[in-house]
Design a protein around this ligand. Structure first.
Ligand SMILES: CCCCCCCCCCCCC/C=C/[C@@H](O)[C@H](COP(=O)(O)O)NC(=O)CCCCCCCCCCCCCCC
Length: 218
């Protein structure tokens, strides 16, 4: 048993994780919640393999993933198959706290919005990684991507803690190794494939939330 766990760990590749985001889009450009959360699960697994410093970040991501999985497996699960159907169902049934937190503090819509904002960070970070050179610093790329996106939604204390976590990110060579995709050239190819996909999922979600005035959900 222990042996097979090790083999499984060896097989883990960021390529598979990012491929999950490809599965998110339906023919009609709806976004499947199941694959969206599976993508995040994989990312969290990757982040955990980088060290314990990231635990406070992964804990929050895991609890948000769990909220969405619970909806998906719950009695109203059929409404949670896509982000589009989830938003419609929750809005039609007044299941979202729109202005301030009240009786629905953990709606699917507000929970997914948090991951959606983090997806923008991921898109920016991966794009930086793709165009980086041997002497680029992952900590700087990560911080720049964060400051340009997610940090705007975080209070000072979280920004401080995130900044400290970035400082202990492994350097680019180790980072690429843990991704387990192959040499730098293969990583660049893989990212060239994955980033446009992630951008698309991000943009579709962003448009949906904007149309419904949900971008500032408390
Ligand atoms: C690999 C480096 C990992 C750097 C991760 C960068 C993101 C930094 C985010 C810091 C979040 C700190 C935790 C707390 C967050 C919450 O306050 C906050 C608001 O929630 P609330 O409205 O319910 O209170 N939550 C959030 O914004 C959601 C954050 C979700 C973060 C997920 C990060 C997963 C990172 C996956 C890394 C994968 C890297 C792959 C690159 C090849």
């Amino acid at each position: 048993m222990a042996g097979s766990a090790v083999i499984e760990e060896q097989k883990f590749s960021l390529q598979e994780v990012l491929d999950t985001f490809k599965l998110c889009l339906s023919e009609n450009q709806d976004v499947y919640v199941e694959h969206y959360v599976a993508g995040w699960r994989g990312l969290v697994k990757f982040m955990n393999s980088l060290g314990n410093v990231f635990t406070f970040i992964s804990k929050d991501a895991v609890s948000k993933i769990q909220i969405l999985v619970n909806f998906l497996n719950g009695e109203n699960g059929s409404h949670y198959v896509t982000i589009q159907s989830m938003v419609k169902y929750e809005l039609d049934n007044q299941l979202v706290d729109l202005d301030k937190r009240g009786s629905h503090p953990e709606s699917g819509s507000r929970t997914l919005l948090r991951l959606h904002r983090a997806l923008r960070w991921l898109e920016l970070f991966l794009e930086r990684l793709r165009t980086s050179t041997e002497d680029s610093k992952t900590s700087v790329m990560c911080a720049d991507a964060y400051n340009e996106s997610l940090s705007q939604h975080h209070p000072w204390l979280i920004r401080k803690a995130a900044g400290m976590a970035f400082c202990v990110l492994p350097g680019r060579p180790t980072f690429f190794e843990v991704m387990n995709v192959g040499g730098a050239e293969r990583v660049v190819d893989m990212l060239g494939d994955a980033v446009p996909m992630i951008s698309k999922v991000y943009q579709i979600t962003e448009d949906l939330y904007a149309q419904n005035n949900l971008l500032e959900l408390p």
